[in-house]
Write a protein that binds this ligand. Structure first.
Ligand code: NAP
Length: 320
């Protein structure tokens, strides 16, 4: 396993971030909790110490499963969770108010069975609450000892401030071979000392090459929605372009899967980053853990990074 430091916090975390979105099922259809729990165990055994979740994932169940599975190993792992989106009468509500931040943090602490959240992230900005108020609320939670540090997701940190923000250690956005239009913007924020966490590292599984162009999903699976661009409209051609490039270099890496190559591209393009990958089974954990401790050649990295197949527009709003 490879490790990196979380921004200025000095905390060491694995560069393989266990993506806890499928835990609890909501938005991913029928998921088997015993298999998911075995995936958490397999990740820990493979050296993964960074576990990403959100209050909204599985409508709270994701945090519960992680809290239960890792309770006895709590001192060795980093819990990253998020607030700012909730469900009310079956409707998604974006709420970054300080009242909801506090309620949400208390709920996450309980579900994760911990007394401090290691990394607390703003999930989506509600476009209403002033960013300075959100940062102030997060710094307050940190001063009370309820969180160690905080991060933002789906928001460029420069929107908060051009200067370093005390306590802000990470930022996260969807990033993979089909989203290369973000590379420079990410590098600029990294240069400011923040750790980048890529989500959608496999374009929701599409970059593994296992889904044919016309693949359809159960309505309960988020990938049935048009917003998940790798599976719909022009996005299919973009991801096929990326998959064909992965297939072209695959013979240079015998035994490596396309999913490993796709994640390796992120790790090598951003050497201090963490790649979050959504995990559904121990087998996927084992496959993904083989993406670490080696590198793409400079030539292949450049080949994968060539323009084409990237999208500046992405309809994804709210992963709930
Ligand atoms: N901050 C945010 O707004 C935000 C948004 C979304 C996600 N995230 C975080 O980022 C994580 C990852 O993002 P994501 O779940 O959207 O997408 P992803 O990591 O690109 O794709 C995950 C999916 O890929 C498939 N998969 C996983 N490992 C595989 C392997 N080795 N080979 C082939 N297929 C594999 C699985 O689905 P199948 O087996 O069904 O194909 C899995 O659910 C999430 O779990 C969450 O922690 C954050």
């Amino acid at each position: 396993m490879e490790y990196t430091r979380l921004g200025g916090s000095g905390r060491e975390v694995s560069r393989f971030g266990f993506g806890g979105c499928p835990l609890g099922g909501h938005g991913w259809g029928d998921t088997d909790e015993r298999r998911l729990t075995a995936a958490i165990d397999a990740a820990f055994d493979a050296g993964v110490t960074f576990f990403d979740t959100a209050d909204i994932y599985g409508l709270g169940r994701s945090e519960e499963l992680l809290g239960d599975a890792l309770q006895e190993r709590r001192g060795e792992v980093t819990f990253a969770t998020k607030f700012g989106v909730r469900r009310e009468n079956d409707v998604t509500v974006y709420d970054n108010s300080s009242a909801w931040m506090r309620t949400s943090a208390e709920g996450s602490l309980k579900r994760l069975k911990t007394d401090r959240i290691d990394l607390y992230q703003l999930h989506y900005w509600d476009q209403q609450t002033p960013l300075a108020d959100i940062v102030g609320g997060l710094q307050g939670l940190r001063d009370e000892g309820k969180i160690r540090a905080f991060g933002v997701t789906n928001l460029n940190p420069s929107e908060i401030s051009r200067d370093p923000v005390e306590g802000l250690v990470s930022f996260s956005m969807e990033y993979n071979l089909t989203r290369q239009d973000r590379t420079e913007e990410i590098r600029r924020s990294e240069a400011g000392g923040l750790t980048f966490l890529s989500w959608g590292s496999l374009a929701q599984g599409a970059l593994s090459g296992k889904y044919a162009a016309g693949a359809t999903f159960d309505p309960a699976d988020r990938r049935s929605r048009g917003a998940y661009s790798a599976f719909h409209g022009e996005g299919v051609a973009r991801r096929e372009h990326a998959v064909s490039r992965l297939r072209a270099i695959a013979p240079n890496y015998p035994g490596r899967t396309l999913a490993q190559l796709a994640v390796r591209w992120i790790l090598d393009s951003h050497p201090a980053s963490v790649a979050l990958v959504g995990m559904k089974s121990p087998g996927q954990v084992v496959d993904m853990s083989s993406a670490f401790d080696w590198s793409l050649s400079e030539e292949d990295l450049a080949f994968l990074s060539m323009k084409g197949g990237s999208s500046a527009e992405n309809g994804l709003v709210g992963d709930v």
